[in-house]
Structure formats: C-alpha cells, structure tokens
Design a protein around this ligand. Structure first.
Ligand SMILES: [Zn+2]
Ligand SMILES: [Zn+2]
Length: 177
C-alpha cells in the first residue's frame, strides 16, 4: 500500500511546491534512505523536479521560479538542488550561476566562500572530524520527516496491531471477515 504523505497533521506546513511534488508519490525522498545509486537517483530526482516545474507552470504561486526551485527541487542524492550556506547567520542560497563550496574535510557541509567557512569553523570542527554533520535537506523534507516519524509510522503500527487483534477476535467468534 502506498503511503500518502501530507502535512495536515503538522503545525508547520511544507512548501506548496514540495507538497505538489509529493502527490501520488509513495516514497519520501530523503538522503541516504530510498537512494538506490546514482542512475536511479538521477532518474528519480529528474521526475521530482519536473513535478516542481509543472507546479511553477500552473502560475498559481507568485514567487519567482528560482525561489520555488530553491525551496523544492532536489539533486540526485535527494539533497537540495540549490544548496544553502550553513554559516551561522548567513542566508545565502545557490542560484543559477552561483555555486556553494563544499567543506573539503567532510564533504557534508556547504558555504558561500572561505570567509563563511572560516567564520563557522569553531562550530563545525568536531562534526567535521567525526564525519557526522547532518546532510543538508530542505525545510519541507524536515517537516515530512517529522510527520513520518511521529504520525505515519505509529499509525501503521497501530493498523498492524489492530488487524492482528481483529483476526484473533474473528477466529474466536468463528466469523468470516
Ligand atoms: Zn555564507
Ligand atoms: Zn567539514
């Protein structure tokens, strides 16, 4: 059975372009989870991004196409297509023609330039050495990830539990269901 992802159970709403792209999708794109290698990743992210383009083409969102893409498009690793700088206080995001630099040490964090990296080094140092800095994901992926953990998985477990007790009850009643 396909799991339908929606954020109606959440206080925080995912980006409308991201929500649009999840329609009829039975998996949640998250780095390191459903990723099945580079070829599949490229195909799946291309499919995802074309849904975002379809959303942009609807013309119902007044933001620029770049802004929408920054909030919803994914790369083949299911990380944001347009990376953001992770230096504290910096709000820069990649856009066509500008590219963030990846930390050489751990390859897991992105910065505008050497200045942003230097400013963040004290904070990043131990995660860099440990190689465990969390992979960058979109705000909407964080929201859906939380829903998956707090709402969908417990609900699935309840369903499994209920159908197990139902069939137990059916057996003792001698009823057919
Ligand atoms: Zn920066
Ligand atoms: Zn690093």
């Amino acid at each position: 059975m396909a799991v339908k992802y929606n954020d109606t159970e959440s206080k925080e709403k995912a980006d409308p372009a991201f929500r649009y792209a999840t329609t009829d999708l039975d998996f949640l794109p998250l780095p390191g989870e459903v990723w099945r290698g580079e070829w599949a990743g490229k195909r799946m992210s291309a499919g995802w991004n074309s849904r975002v383009d379809k959303y942009i083409a609807l013309g119902i969102d007044t933001r620029s196409a770049v802004k929408i893409a920054q909030a919803a498009k994914l790369d083949p690793f299911f990380q944001p297509l347009w990376k953001r700088c992770e230096a504290t206080g910096c709000t820069a995001i990649e856009r066509p023609g500008s590219k963030m630099k990846r930390c050489h040490g751990c390859q897991r964090i992105f910065y505008c330039d050497a200045a942003c990296q230097k400013a963040h080094w004290k904070e990043h140092k131990s995660a860099c050495k440990g190689g465990n800095h969390p992979l960058q994901i979109l705000r909407s992926q964080t929201i859906y990830k939380t829903i998956l953990k707090e709402v969908i998985k417990p609900a699935e477990e309840r369903l499994l539990h209920d159908s197990a007790t139902d069939s137990e009850a059916a057996k003792s009643d001698g009823a057919e269901n």
